[in-house]
Design a protein around this ligand. Structure first.
Ligand code: AMP
Length: 307
């Protein structure tokens, strides 16, 4: 049930209408690994960090069953840095800074110990590097999931389209789906994007939940209405980690099981936004996750008599 997660391990500086952080730990692969580790271990991580990435963060992840054989450490350089500012609606944000630092020279190498993995989560990363990772795998995983963002659509669209051809599931948000397809309707967007390669498409809509498309089927998972959303950073990566963590644990990649996985991803995302950074993902336990999953069931369960 091995799961490989690739992506950034980073420092983030976040500004929301409710507060501001100095540099805290973030990155697509960091959030995804913390989230997935609640469902499956070991996790085999692929990333790059600078000498400034704290040892205690590495150790905490290792204790959660995250292997670092595929994480390159460049001692004299800085880790990837991202800074963002959220608007009042907390659904939209502006990227203030993207400092690639070590990421600019990243040439990911899949260690031998990762070969034969069954599940591959390509977190947000340069599309050419995502492709490089797929191409190094000697046997194709059972399922390849890819996350991306508008940043790469703006500067590396051709590479993105090439990589998309090689994956099973693509995850984007609603604005990105529209940008990628040139269609306003999300249904039309989904059809166009699936023609570009992925058989499954997940469109994340922040506080309005997520849609899962496959052929002509569509499934909707709500987001839990929360009293307080403190910091939405990493919600997408945490969602992805919960989604693939459940699939890797159950080894079942049917559309039906993906419906459960998307609810689990949504539940994990509902935790991460409650505090800054990865704090909540480190605190929560199985019982709290189960309670939250039941809240999701209650949220959408209703009876109807159609005569
Ligand atoms: P999310 O809120 O799920 O979109 O993910 C936010 C995380 O993605 C932050 O922790 C950032 O460090 C990371 N991130 C931001 N921009 C990029 C990028 N261009 N490539 C890879 N990771 C990024």
């Amino acid at each position: 049930m091995s799961l490989v997660i690739a992506g950034t391990m980073a420092f983030d500086a976040i500004e929301t209408p409710f507060g501001k952080t100095d540099k805290i730990i973030g990155g697509s692969a960091t959030y995804a690994a913390w989230s997935a580790s609640h469902f499956t271990q070991p996790i085999q991580q692929i990333s790059i960090i600078g000498g400034d990435f704290p040892n205690e963060e590495i150790e905490a992840l290792q204790q959660r069953g995250v292997a670092f054989d595929g994480v390159e450490v460049v001692k004299d350089e800085k880790s990837f840095f991202w800074s963002g500012k959220y608007h009042m609606d907390m659904n939209t944000r502006d990227t203030l800074v993207t400092d690639l630092n070590v990421l600019a020279k990243f040439n990911p190498k899949v260690p031998d110990s990762y070969q034969g993995c069954e599940f591959l989560m390509l977190g947000n990363l340069m599309p050419s590097l995502q492709k490089q990772i797929i191409e190094q795998l000697k046997t194709r995983p059972k399922l390849i999931i890819m996350d991306t963002m508008n940043f790469w659509m703006d500067i590396a669209l051709d590479d993105l389209k090439e990589t998309m051809k090689l994956v099973d599931v693509l995850m984007v948000n609603d604005a990105e789906a529209r940008q990628l397809s040139g269609e306003f309707s999300l249904v039309k967007s989904a059809q166009k994007i699936m023609e570009m390669g992925p058989k499954y498409l997940i469109i994340k809509k922040g506080e309005h939940g997520a849609l899962l498309f496959h052929e002509h089927h569509v499934f909707f998972a709500p987001a839990l209405p929360l009293e307080e959303v403190f910091d939405p950073t990493g919600a997408g990566d945490t969602f992805a980690g919960g989604f693939i963590g459940h699939l890797a644990r159950t080894k079942d990649i049917s559309f039906e099981n993906m419906k459960t996985a998307i609810i689990i991803g949504s539940a994990m995302a509902s935790f991460v936004v409650e505090k800054f950074g990865t704090t909540r993902l480190k605190e929560i336990n199985n019982e709290q996750i189960l309670t939250r999953l039941n809240q999701f069931v209650d949220l959408v369960n209703f009876e109807i008599d159609i005569v």
